[in-house]
Design a binder for this molecule. Sequence first.
Ligand code: SF4
Ligand code: SF4
Length: 96
Amino acid sequence: MAEETFHGIPRNKIPWYPTIDYEKCLACGKCVDYCKLGVYEWDEQQGKKKPAVKNPYNCVVLCTGCQEICPSGAIKHPSKTETLEIIRKLRKAQHH
Ligand code: SF4
Ligand code: SF4
C-alpha cells in the first residue's frame, strides 16, 4: 500500500517519480517486474508493448531502484537535492 503522506506532506505535492526515455527503452520489462508498488504498468500502442509510469505517486520518495536496474539507462528521477529542498519548503509552509 502506498503512503499518502510523506513527513506530513500530501504525497502528490512531491514531484518524485521515474520518467522513461523511450528512445533508450528496450521494453525488457525489468522495471515493471522490479517495482512492487505498481508504479509501472504495460501499455500497448500500435501492437507494441512498452512500460508506462501509471501510478507515479506510488513511487517511494527518493527511491531510485528501478533506475539502477534498467539495462539501458532509460529511467531518470529528479534531483535528490532539489526534491529535498521542495520538501523542506512544503514542511515550512505547513507550520504557518
Ligand atoms: S528496465 Fe529500462 S529498458 Fe527495460 S523496460 Fe524498463 S525502462 Fe525500458
Ligand atoms: S524508484 Fe523505487 S519505488 Fe519508484 S518506481 Fe522505481 S523501484 Fe518503484
